[in-house]
Design a protein around this ligand. Structure first.
Ligand SMILES: Cc1cc2nc3c(=O)[nH]c(=O)nc-3n(C[C@H](O)[C@H](O)[C@H](O)COP(=O)(O)O)c2cc1C
Length: 319
């Protein structure tokens, strides 16, 4: 997430992916419109079209030494860098298209670069406007850990009159353009909300250390962002979530949030490594003590000075 000079909102990067490879694709037309709308009238949103046509068909034999083919690496990088996704998905036989599924699968290979990001779907197709494909895509997103906005939904019957697209696949229907803008605004708000989550930003790393009160299995507990543990930034953040804060306050909090989020991740990793080391240390300590006790018993039994025991020992061993 970056910032534009003078802009008061953080800029979210949206990767737009089209499921159709067709030159005059209506769905790619929707993406072109979305890019235009975001440039003209949405502050803080940058949409980049990411072409999936160079991707080879998925074949895990193409993964060599943990590396993917160049086109796949480039695609995965774009997905990784994005804050959110806009899928423009035609419907093929009641589902998503082969090329789209292929692209999704490539970026899902380890590490899954879709994870924990916001997404929205638009579709231009036949009578139901691609609804069935959209619901399949949502189902795929469950495993990918994508978070789709629920509303507004955008289905467009591309073949209904009056015409929705010109012969080059450009969206010419103003009502659809308005609906598209509403969807983009919802995606922007949801992405920012998702990135904000509910952690208390300014003192996250402190609270992580202070409140490691969770069980060993659960790991460290990060304090929830509640009124009780709120610092100065809390109200602006909470108000943002309710949509009432000033824009400068949003920006202030987002910057701090992203720093805090990284810190938490690092601390969590370090915590688990330490726990693992502690477990190994405890095991080796117990092992050493057991060995020492066994050796002591052995020497005690064999000790010449302990006549009673020797007698018992010889007595038992002669039976
Ligand atoms: C193989 C194939 C299967 C299709 N199946 C469906 C379908 O199940 N439902 C539907 O509404 N449209 C279906 N269509 C129509 C496409 O969704 C429609 O042509 C759409 O405009 C294609 O997207 P594009 O213009 O972005 O290429 C199918 C098209 C093809 C080529």
């Amino acid at each position: 997430m970056g910032s534009e000079a003078g802009a008061s909102k953080p800029v979210i990067k949206v990767a737009a992916i089209c499921g159709s490879l067709r030159k005059g694709s209506f769905n790619r037309g929707l993406i072109r419109s979305a890019i235009q709308i975001s440039k003209e009238s949405i502050n803080g949103m940058q949409i980049e079209y990411v072409d999936i046509s160079p991707l080879p068909m998925l074949n895990t034999d193409l993964e060599v030494d943990g590396k993917y083919p160049a086109a796949v690496e480039a695609f995965r990088q774009k997905i990784l860098e994005a804050d959110a996704f806009l899928f423009a998905s035609p419907e093929y036989n009641y589902s998503v298209t082969g090329p789209l599924k292929n692209a999704i699968d490539w970026a899902s290979r380890s590490p899954n670069v879709w994870a924990d990001k916001a997404a929205a779907i638009v579709s231009a197709a036949g009578s139901l406007g691609g609804a069935r494909a959209q619901y399949h895509l949502r189902q795929i997103g469950v495993y990918l850990d994508l978070h789709f906005i629920n509303k507004p939904e955008f289905f467009l019957n591309a073949f209904e009159s009056p015409a929705k697209f010109d012969t080059d696949g450009n969206l010419i229907d103003s009502a659809s353009r308005d609906r598209l803008k509403a969807l983009l605004l919802a995606l922007q708000a949801f992405t920012l909300r998702l990135q904000g989550c509910s952690l208390h930003l300014p003192t996250m790393s402190e609270s992580l250390i202070q409140s490691c009160g969770g069980t060993e299995e659960e790991g460290p507990v990060v304090k929830a962002h509640t009124k009780e543990n709120a610092g100065e930034g809390f109200h602006a953040w909470a108000n943002f979530r309710l949509g009432t804060t000033s824009e400068s306050a949003d920006w202030y909090n987002f910057k701090r949030f992203n720093q805090g989020r990284r810190a938490v991740k690092q601390l969590e990793d370090r915590y688990w490594k330490l726990r693992e080391r502690e477990r190994v240390y405890k095991l080796s300590l117990v092992g050493t003590w057991v060995l020492v006790i066994v050796l002591m018993l052995f020497f005690w039994v064999m000790n010449d000075g302990n006549v009673c025991c020797r007698r018992n020992f010889y007595y038992h061993s002669s039976i």
